[in-house]
Design a protein around this ligand. Structure first.
Ligand code: BG6
Length: 491
């Protein structure tokens, strides 16, 4: 909608998230001419800054190759306002600034107007800023959208309190809870794959699928974020949100339509059928420094308490208790300071139910979310040539090979575009969030009250002892022969 008179206020504009994600994403949309013609972006934060300092800050994560004239044109539509997060007058000034800008953009009576409030803020000030917006900035004569980022509480109780407080200020359809995994290309692709191809949906049940693994690996530790991380741990940081969101899209039934509420209804329906995770179904780890001392351990981080038992690695088995999935284990795995960067969804099919060919390996559908997007199906063929043996091969779609010059936008650009379009499909609804916490809270509390000590693993390794055996023992995963190896291809 190119003619909507649009104001975007980025709260926390001097912070990390704003400079690393929000502003680069806004600039990307600006370059692609996807921001409405009349758009004004106001950064708001406590720090006093000159325009110059502000401009330097918000462009510090732009690419060196970004043309200077485009950057300059983008900065023309940006400005900075400094103010406290709890002072009425400061927010009244912000409101005046918005009004002044709208007049400067030739506001007409008949204009459709949108105000987007992007809270790139720590949760401790969510409610105070929300209250200020509601009391001093909110404009009932236009559309208002509030964008918030995790952490949404740290367990079911605290999340409900936060939801209630925010729900008292804004209507659910004004709230956009970001889970940036929902903006990733391959995650958005799941619905298309499943519901636009007859052969996937046909086998998408416990009758054909043996187990599913959703894996998140990062090759670096907490590096400077230890203070935040230690309060949360890997389960809250990555699993309760990103991995569970992905799981719900893989497991959901076909929605009635592509309307956002139909999609979110189906995701929530799946979450409702997931049983709370048991401690016995969990493997926990924490990284230690490398033997040669080149990489630090988690507890060597100055911002982490020396006796911390916060997990930086976890594997959990989940069960979706419905007719489609009963008996199929879902393993979610996540870890920091591992041997590689990777996010993969691996769906392993059951053994072939005939004995024509004995000892077959299993088919797998593998969706690689990052780094190199790909879809592949491990497929058995006759070994080519005179041999009559069988061989493991693959039907593969490597995005960067198949789509020349492909530039996959950052998840934040996709999601902000959705906010501009008023599309909630890729945002988390409050009942979804509630279910996600219901699934993890008993486990998190048990880990904390019983002080469960995670197993050590070396920085840069595959994880703690048992990582590879866990999916086999707990979920019936059959590994493919070690000789078989396939990597997504580049251009
Ligand atoms: C964030 C977590 O939500 O996701 C980080 O807080 C993690 O700890 C990040 O590094 C991973 O996102 P991406 O897009 O780099 O895979």
């Amino acid at each position: 909608k190119h003619d909507v008179l649009t104001t975007i206020v980025v709260f926390g504009a001097s912070g990390d998230l704003a400079k690393k994600k929000t502003y680069p994403a806004l600039f990307h949309l600006f370059q692609q001419k996807l921001l409405p013609k009349r758009t004004r972006i106001i950064g708001y934060a406590r720090t006093q800054m000159t325009t110059d300092d502000f401009n330097k800050r918000v462009t510090s994560f732009f690419k060196p190759s970004d043309p200077a004239d485009e950057v300059a044109a983008f900065l023309e539509i940006c400005e900075y306002v400094s103010g406290k997060y709890d002072v009425d007058e400061d927010f009244q000034r912000l409101r005046e600034e918005i009004d002044t800008n709208e007049h400067a953009m030739n506001k007409r009576e008949s204009d459709e107007r949108v105000h987007i409030y992007y809270l790139a803020l720590p949760p401790s000030v969510f409610v105070s800023v929300g209250t200020q917006i509601r009391n001093n900035v909110y404009d009932g004569t236009c559309t208002n959208r509030v964008v918030i980022e995790k952490p949404f509480g740290h367990d079911l109780d605290s999340s409900r309190k936060l939801s209630q407080a925010i729900g008292g200020l804004f209507a659910e359809d004004e709230i956009y809870r970001i889970d940036h995994y929902l903006g990733k290309e391959m995650v958005k692709n799941i619905l298309a794959l499943r519901f636009a191809n007859v052969f996937y949906e046909a086998v998408w049940t416990r009758h054909y699928i043996s187990n599913v693994q959703i894996t998140f690996k990062e090759p670096f530790g907490t590096e400077g974020r230890g203070g935040y991380f230690d309060e949360f741990g890997i389960i809250r940081d990555v699993m309760q949100n990103h991995l569970l969101q992905v799981l719900s899209i893989v497991a959901m039934r076909q929605p009635k339509s592509l309307r956002s509420e139909d999609i979110r209804d189906c995701k929530t329906e799946v979450l409702r059928r997931i049983l709370p995770i048991q401690l016995e179904d969990t493997l926990l780890g924490q990284y230690v420094g490398t033997r040669d001392g080149s990489k630090p351990g988690y507890k060597d981080d100055d911002t982490v308490p020396k006796d911390s038992i916060t997990p930086t690695y976890a594997q959990c088995v989940l069960h979706v208790d419905n007719d489609r999935w009963r008996g199929v284990p879902w393993v979610i795995k996540a870890g920091k300071a591992l041997d590689e960067a990777k996010m993969v969804i691996r769906i392993q099919f059951k053994d072939m139910p005939n004995a024509l060919f004995p000892n077959l390996a299993r088919n797998e559908l593998v969706l690689q979310v990052s780094p190199k997007e790909s879809v592949s199906i491990k497929t058995i063929v006759k070994e080519p040539g005179l041999s009559t043996n069988l061989a493991m091969s693959e039907l593969d779609l490597s995005y960067h090979k198949r789509y020349q010059d492909l530039k996959i936008p950052d998840a934040y650009a996709t999601l902000i575009l959705d906010v501009l379009n008023g599309d909630h499909s890729n945002f988390v609804r409050s009942d979804e969030l509630d279910e996600a916490w219901r699934i993890f809270t008993p486990l998190l509390h048990q880990i904390e009250t019983e002080q469960i000590v995670p197993l050590p693993y070396e920085y840069g390794s595959r994880g703690p002892k048992g990582v590879d055996e866990f999916p086999t023992e707990r979920a019936g995963y059959k590994p493919t022969a070690k000789e078989y190896h396939w990597e997504p291809k580049s251009a």
